[in-house]
Design a protein around this ligand. Structure first.
Ligand code: ZN
Length: 336
């Protein structure tokens, strides 16, 4: 880590400022040591250049299993930078120029695919995640003064208030024990006038809300069939909850094995919608299925619910993400 990272951080336990206990090397890098709270004197370890601002014992329990699931998943995953860039711009509902010169938080960066995209578009990036998958970013961070990495818990966040020009959290907050609280903590770290982009897993919700869900241009043909889609999404949600009742109680290795047949079924017309990924690429289907059945926390939301969170956090929702068959509530909002 570099000293610059401390500009964005505070003690997750008492909110006081943090200091490095050890000296940074000639290149301004701290490979291992501790950062210490100036008030409560809590000590947080730095290993392989990454500070872990997790409160004691937080590795235990369900959050730890979530962390293991995602570490396992992301350490095995490789995608092309072009595809990552396309997905990132689509999901954040921004143009490439948006990111230039902004200081940005990637809240729940996983192995940092989109942190690297935001960085390549000219943002200074703080990549944060609970899981060990952040280790994938060590080398990149060591060689790049504009890429910072931290392990932390979004429910006990180590970020100073109103310190980022923008933040995004794509497909992450529904995997925390309390998605709304995690949203609130990320939103608090965004400056006034700054932007926040979030998307969550969707659910059928009420027909009144579902009928106004925005469809991607390639899925406009579903518009007249929307009532049937709503029914199907409701059934799929029920079936998913029933399946997860069992799979979330299994070790991650068993879920990993189960993701193979699910990925094969994902290529079968119609049947594929009963799995959790209909992506054309087998490998991506595999990981998306694993991502679905394994993590112990998984909540589902509507665009109305998410827009309400934005408003309560003092944001003006500006754009809502269009999506396909299964709803994917996503909002880009600006802090007033
Ligand atoms: Zn403290």
């Amino acid at each position: 880590m570099r000293a610059r990272l401390l500009d964005f951080l505070r003690c997750p336990l008492c909110s006081a400022s943090l200091e490095a206990e050890n000296a940074f090397d000639a290149g301004g890098w701290l490979e291992s040591g501790f950062i210490v709270c100036s008030a409560c004197h809590a000590r947080y370890p730095v290993n392989e250049g990454i500070p872990s601002l997790l409160a004691d014992g937080s590795h235990l329990g369900l959050a730890g299993k979530t962390s293991d699931s995602f570490s396992m998943e992301w350490l095995n995953y490789n995608a092309s930078p072009e595809e990552d860039r396309k997905i990132f711009l689509e999901e954040s509902q921004t143009e490439p120029e948006f990111w230039k010169g902004r200081v940005v938080l990637d809240a729940g960066c996983g192995m940092g695919r989109y942190s690297l995209v935001a960085r390549s578009l000219g943002a200074e990036v703080v990549a944060a995640d609970y899981s060990r998958s952040v280790l994938r970013l060590v080398t990149a961070s060591r060689n790049d003064a504009g890429l910072h990495v931290v392990r932390c818990d979004l429910l006990q966040p180590p970020f100073k208030p109103e310190v980022f020009d923008a933040a995004y959290s794509h497909g992450v907050l529904h995997h925390t024990a309390d998605a709304r609280a995690a949203f609130k903590s990320v939103a608090a770290s965004v400056k006034r006038g700054g932007y926040l982009s979030v998307w969550l897993y969707g659910k059928a919700g009420s027909w009144r809300n579902f009928r106004t869900n925005p469809l991607r241009s390639s899925r406009k043909f579903l518009e007249p069939l929307k009532f049937m889609v709503w029914i199907f999404v409701g059934i799929r949600g029920f079936y998913s909850d029933a399946m997860r009742f069992f799979t979330t109680r299994l070790p991650a290795g068993v879920c990993y094995a189960l993701s193979y047949p699910l990925a094969w079924l994902g290529a079968v017309p119609v049947v594929k919608y009963l799995t959790f990924s209909a992506h054309r690429d087998y490998k991506i289907r595999f990981f998306e299925n694993f991502d679905w059945i394994s993590p112990p926390y998984q909540t589902h939301h509507t665009k109305e619910e998410l827009a309400g969170w934005y408003e309560q956090a003092g944001f003006e929702p500006e754009k809502t993400l269009p999506h396909g068959f299964v709803p994917k509530p996503g909002v880009l909002g600006r802090k007033k």
